[in-house]
Ligand binder design. Structure first.
Ligand code: HEC
Length: 147
């Protein structure tokens, strides 16, 4: 029994450990990515929580230890790729990001810890094809370096 008490104290104390700021910076529709409707639907459902300024923050993004993971994923995700400011990227950056998107949708994205709680965000084979087709400008194939 005393272990439960100790656990409660530890959990309570954890809530005071500072974490990343939780924010949704303002969105300017002119800067948002423009892609065909079907492609946007996939991005919005499966990627926007971490790769846009329109994150739907879940309740556990306020509760340690979950909030450490959730907030870090969003901060790091936006840094790597932010669909809300896509038009601010240079042509070179867009090209590189499209390559990375092409590569990431096969296994890496969305992240497993996200899929665990958002199974509906998992990409089907046809959604992966759709995104890869868009990312390769309709060619369906990109010359990508395998890392
Ligand atoms: C749970 C949050 C989360 C979701 C949802 C998510 N990502 Fe990410 N993504 C990240 C994080 C965090 C990084 C940066 C860390 C890293 O490099 O591994 C990242 C990095 C990336 C990168 C940069 C290159 C790379 O592979 O590191 C691309 C491209 C990407 N994501 C695409 C997507 C796409 C496309 C989707 C939707 C199908 C998606 N992500 C969904 C969190 C997420």
């Amino acid at each position: 029994m005393q272990y439960l008490g100790l656990l409660a104290i530890i959990l309570a104390a954890m809530q005071f450990i500072p974490s990343y700021e939780k924010s949704n910076p303002p969105v300017d529709p002119a800067k948002e990515i423009k892609a065909p409707k079907e492609v946007m639907k996939v991005f919005k459902r499966s990627c926007y929580d971490c790769h846009s300024n329109q994150t739907n923050w879940p309740w556990y993004s306020d509760v340690a230890p979950m909030k450490w993971v959730v907030r870090r994923d969003v901060i790091e995700g936006r840094k790597a790729l932010n669909f809300s400011i896509w038009q601010e990227y240079s042509d070179e950056q867009k090209k590189e990001l499209k390559k990375q998107i092409y590569r990431s949708v096969v296994i890496a994205m969305p992240l497993p810890q996200y899929l665990w709680l958002h199974p509906e965000a998992k990409l089907t084979k046809s959604q992966k094809d759709l995104i890869r087709n868009w990312a390769s400008d309709g060619k369906g194939y990109i010359d990508v370096d395998i890392r």
